[in-house]
Design a protein around this ligand. Structure first.
Ligand code: SF4
Length: 98
């Protein structure tokens, strides 16, 4: 494993596979979490994939969250200091449908 794949704070591998993310999501089902619908989830992920603050293809550099997990949670919001990028995109998406 290359040195740049290690978190400086905890020595864990910073690269998370799609299989690991899917396992995390599957493990959350039936545990009382409240999830957003698929349209909102995909809108949030599309925003993150274009965001310069996404690192390692999975992680928000502001909160350290795996966006495929945090984007699924109804109680989460994009932590960008200029305001939530998710909220703006979801509102624009909803407005475009009318
Ligand atoms: S949660 Fe917000 S700040 Fe973080 S990567 Fe996604 S769009 Fe960017």
């Amino acid at each position: 494993m290359a040195a740049n794949q290690i978190c400086k704070g905890c020595s864990a591998d910073v690269w998370v596979t799609e299989a690991q993310i899917q396992k995390l999501l599957a493990g959350m089902e039936g545990k009382g979490f409240s999830f957003v619908g698929e349209t909102v989830y995909q809108t949030r992920l599309a925003v993150c994939r274009k965001c310069p603050s996404l690192v390692y293809g999975t992680t928000c550099s502001y909160c350290g969250c795996l966006v495929e997990v945090s984007g699924k949670l109804a109680g989460k919001e994009c932590p960008h200091p200029a305001g939530s990028k998710w909220e703006k995109a979801v509102q624009a998406s909803a407005t475009a449908k009318f």
